[in-house]
Design a protein around this ligand. Structure first.
Ligand SMILES: C=C(O[C@@H]1C=C(C(=O)O)C=C[C@H]1O)C(=O)O
Length: 102
């Protein structure tokens, strides 16, 4: 019994590692978008874009997770990615301020 669980947990660990790599790759692209937004003076939060992504993912969804579950999971990803963009923008503004006050 626990052999079976151990085997399955090896699979889960490998999948987790892939997810981690992919999420960090996504975060890199998100930060590039954040830089471009800052240059254009755009807001971080883009609810229309988020809704388009969620609708598209739900329409592609053929798996065990319900559309509602997909929405909750991806909304959390969007929120954390938006936090990354905000942190990057704040850092850029702080360092611009420091340069000005020197
Ligand atoms: C990354 C962006 O910024 C925010 C985060 C999103 C995301 O993580 O996919 C989507 C929309 C925005 O709320 C973007 O505008 O594309």
């Amino acid at each position: 019994m626990s052999d079976r669980i151990d085997q399955l947990r090896v699979q889960i660990d490998a999948i987790n590692s892939e997810l981690l790599t992919i999420l960090n790759k996504r975060a890199e692209v998100v930060l590039e978008i954040g830089k471009a937004k800052q240059e254009k003076g755009m807001e971080v939060f883009d609810p229309e874009r988020e809704e388009r992504i969620l609708s598209s993912l739900c329409s592609m969804n053929r798996g065990l997770l319900t559309d509602e579950m997909i929405r909750v999971i991806f909304k959390q990803i969007f929120d954390e990615c938006s936090n990354l963009q905000r942190a990057q923008m704040n850092e850029a503004m702080d360092s611009a301020e420091m340069t000005k006050s020197r």
